[in-house]
Design a protein around this ligand. Structure first.
Ligand code: 5AD
Ligand code: SF4
Length: 486
């Protein structure tokens, strides 16, 4: 395990090992020397900042980057003062890309006044060849560029960047490799994401993820369980199992197991009080999973079940592999079996060929499922996806009007759903001191709702009972219940 490695004992006069993760351990040891040398020249430690765009998967990847940087001797700093700035990018919608280019403009200026500053770009956007071409041509000040498949090689790439001048670029087309036992620096001491699988095989026709994250591969259950046991021993009480489609977990393993079975095994781990997971594809959500959730005392009462569209015709064009009726039936079954569950979703408006009738079907599903919350997106054309080549792209003003109507309905529903918990007492995991008012703490309920209440900062990380007094639409103001004396 990397925690037991004494980096000083790695012999840098030998050739780097071929096997992973030993090869990366070698490069971490090398980077430690290189970083120390630069720090001595500067007369102060080197600093870094990782900025994450996009989803939970990327957030977890950023923790892996930070873990390696800390091992090599970098200290974390605000982006404005960091010697090494890394953007872990997203490309799911065009907006995500535009944001990165915007930030790069600012970095260019900063680098001019701070020439020893270094910049790295990684993540999903780097898997797009046109992006890398553009960076090579017009963004020469970026020092290191790598993608999603070789993130485990970060220490090796870091060494290359520190040893050479000029742009280091390493992008892979894909990989079947999963490298375990690399350092991770968690953002929160009490909760953590845990990757259970990588990639996606679904090829929804609008989505770029299968092209940038590659084919689906599951981690072995023993590796996942081992990691969770270590996290529990380290004080983590809530974990979020991460995958693009967790419901198909384990299908490609040498000894296949279902996601429901994995959850049962995670549930047995002492010290873990709460289990979350993200994301579920409705086509693969099994009855077994519903029953495992229903009978579990640790799996949180929250299910994110992306709808994307309520029109069977559009769902077919999206390659989602379920109909409106099948989705409604599934949602009704889940609500019947687990009445206190909170259901959230993702919806895209303006998919090519979407008519007013199709859109009304989406509104109909939203009304019937009564989502506790929904993330609504305007369709964004992604190069290389089948939908990008479809005719009948919907006019912008039409999409905007549909988006506004959908958002209004979603918000109305969310308020109603949130209000149903008024005056109840809920267990919350206390996550932080409120940013705007230091006398308040913020806690997250099992169903993912937030509540603010008075309390002492020493309670951050604890699970406590809170009365929900006032519903504020999407969150609550509450009162901490004093702990009963034993
Ligand atoms: N345009 C708009 N939204 C998209 N999503 C994925 N691809 C696109 C796209 N091309 C949304 C889906 C998905 C969420 C993560 O992002 O709703 O569930
Ligand atoms: Fe963005 Fe999707 Fe990649 Fe996550 S998986 S970083 S949302 S493109």
């Amino acid at each position: 395990m990397y925690k037991e490695i004494d980096w000083k004992r790695i012999d840098l006069n030998t050739a780097p090992p071929r096997e992973e993760p030993e090869r990366q351990y070698y490069y971490i040891a090398l980077c430690r020397e290189l970083v120390q040398r630069e720090a001595e020249k500067l007369g102060r430690p080197l600093t870094f900042c990782v900025t994450t765009f996009g989803c939970q998967m990327n957030a977890r990847d950023s923790e892996k980057l930070a873990g390696i940087l800390k091992e090599t001797g970098f200290l974390e700093a605000e982006e404005e003062r960091a010697d090494f700035v890394i953007y872990n990018t997203c490309t799911v919608r065009e907006n995500a890309n535009l944001k990165v280019y915007g930030h790069l403009g600012l970095l260019k200026h900063r680098k001019k006044s701070n020439p020893h500053m270094r910049i790295a770009l990684c993540g999903c956007m780097m898997q797009e060849p046109e992006v890398v071409e553009k960076l090579k041509k017009s963004y020469r000040f970026v020092d290191l560029i790598f993608g999603t498949h070789n993130i485990f090689k970060f220490a090796e790439l870091l060494a290359q960047m520190l040893e050479h001048t000029g742009q280091v670029i390493d992008i892979w087309d894909g990989t079947g490799q999963i490298v375990e036992e690399l350092p991770v620096e968690r953002k929160y001491p009490f909760k953590s994401g845990v990757n259970i699988m990588f990639g996606c095989n679904n090829f929804c026709s609008y989505c770029i993820v299968p092209y940038v994250r590659g084919r689906e591969r599951s981690r072995r259950p023993e590796d996942i369980l081992g990691e969770i046991r270590e996290l529990a021993a380290d004080g983590v009480s809530e974990i979020m199992l991460l995958g693009q489609n967790v419901n198909s977990y384990g299908k490609t393993l040498e000894h296949p197991i279902s996601f429901g079975e994995l959850l049962r095994r995670v549930e047995e781990i002492e010290g873990i009080a709460r289990i979350r997971f993200m994301t579920s594809h409705p086509k693969d959500l099994s009855e077994e999973l519903i029953q495992v959730m229903k009978s579990s005392s640790k799996i949180c009462r929250h299910l994110h079940l992306p709808l994307q569209s309520g029109s069977t015709r559009i769902l077919k064009a999206m390659n989602r592999k379920y109909t409106k009726e099948q989705y409604l039936d599934l949602a009704a079954r889940i609500r019947r079996e687990i009445p206190d569950i909170s259901l959230t979703t993702d919806i895209i408006v303006g998919f090519p060929g979407e008519t007013e009738e199709d859109f009304l079907e989406t509104l109909d599903v939203v009304r019937r499922v009564r989502y506790d919350n929904a993330y609504t997106f305007i369709y964004s054309k992604r190069t290389g996806t089948p939908a990008a080549a479809m005719e009948n792209q919907v006019p912008e003003d039409e999409v905007k009007s549909r988006f506004d109507r959908l958002l209004a309905l979603v918000q109305e529903n969310a308020k109603m759903q949130t209000a149903r918990f008024a005056d109840t007492i809920q267990e919350v995991l206390i996550e932080e001191v409120n940013e705007h008012d230091e006398s308040l703490l913020t806690g997250r309920m099992s169903n993912n709702l937030l509540v603010h209440f008075e309390g002492d900062a020493s309670l951050v990380g604890c699970i406590r009972r809170v009365r929900l007094d006032i519903c504020k639409g999407f969150y609550y103001m509450g009162t901490l219940i004093p702990e009963e004396k034993e």
